[in-house]
Design a protein around this ligand. Structure first.
Ligand code: G3P
Ligand code: MG
Length: 250
């Protein structure tokens, strides 16, 4: 079994899943209010290299903007409404910088999994800048942010820029060479889409010194299967359903 894993079992997806606008400070507050101590969020770069939170490459779904987020400078992105799409109660909620999220997470003693979610074509640059920013923002603090990505070039850049920050390889499928890649990048964990994970895979990862995490586990039956498989953590949207579990696991 791998050791030295300072992170909680329960991880709120995109801040608080669907209860607040994803990847905003409002979502983190909602997740924390439901007892969650760790948060997954998606980090990309503005055109002028400011790391900020947004899942999609396009602005349409979750903001008042149009077009590619990565083509806008932060000054323009900061003007957008990232809350109204979710509901009027969140009207005016801004896109958060990674710095703003770090401030909240650190002040409240929370942990974070920063998914490096590059705009297409800037994978290496995003991994580099996000890792450097994370290193600076969390200097000397525990636990350090866990950096993850589906994009191998982004993880490679993060490893080069901040070798001491823990990394996780995200897998939507078990593509040829994933295990060797995770080992080569000295990943501390592998995070798979939950149907890919089973007891044998958990054992393989543990034997290699890596933790086994899964996304996005919402249904109780899926949670039971993942617990039976022996996973080390789950990323969930269901912060209300699992609030008591998250609190009990502290
Ligand atoms: O980090 C796990 C999970 O967030 C990956 O999927 O699309 O929600 O970023 P996605
Ligand atoms: Mg994500």
């Amino acid at each position: 079994m791998p050791h030295d894993w300072p992170y909680p079992f329960w991880i709120a997806h995109r801040g608080a899943g669907r209860r607040a606008p994803e990847n905003t400070l409002a979502a983190f507050r909602e997740g924390a209010a439901h007892g969650f101590r760790m948060f997954e969020c998606d980090v990309k770069l503005s055109a002028d290299d400011v790391p900020f939170l947004l899942h999609d490459s396009d602005l349409e779904r979750t903001t008042s903007g149009l077009g590619l987020a990565g083509e806008r400078p932060w000054a323009a992105l900061a003007q957008l409404d990232a809350g109204s799409w979710h509901g009027a109660l969140h009207a005016g909620e801004p896109l958060p910088t990674l710095q703003a999220i770090a401030r909240f997470v650190i002040a409240n003693g929370l942990a974070v999994n920063l998914e490096i979610k590059p705009s297409p074509g800037v994978e290496t640059r995003t991994g580099d800048f996000v890792a450097r920013a994370a290193l600076e923002l969390w200097t000397g603090l525990q636990p350090p942010p866990l950096l993850s990505s589906f994009e191998v070039p982004a993880l490679e850049a993060a490893a080069a820029a901040a070798p001491a920050l823990p990394r996780a390889l995200l897998l939507e499928e078990l593509w040829a060479g994933w295990f060797e890649t995770a080992r080569r990048l000295s990943c501390r964990a592998v995070v798979t889409h939950h149907p890919l994970m089973d007891a044998a895979l958990v054992q393989t990862l543990h034997a290699a010194g890596m933790r086994a995490l899964v996304y996005t586990v919402n249904a109780p039956a899926d949670l039971a299967a993942m617990r039976a498989a022996g996973v080390d953590g789950v990323i969930t949207d269901e912060v209300e359903r699992y609030a008591a579990d998250a609190r009990a696991a502290r």
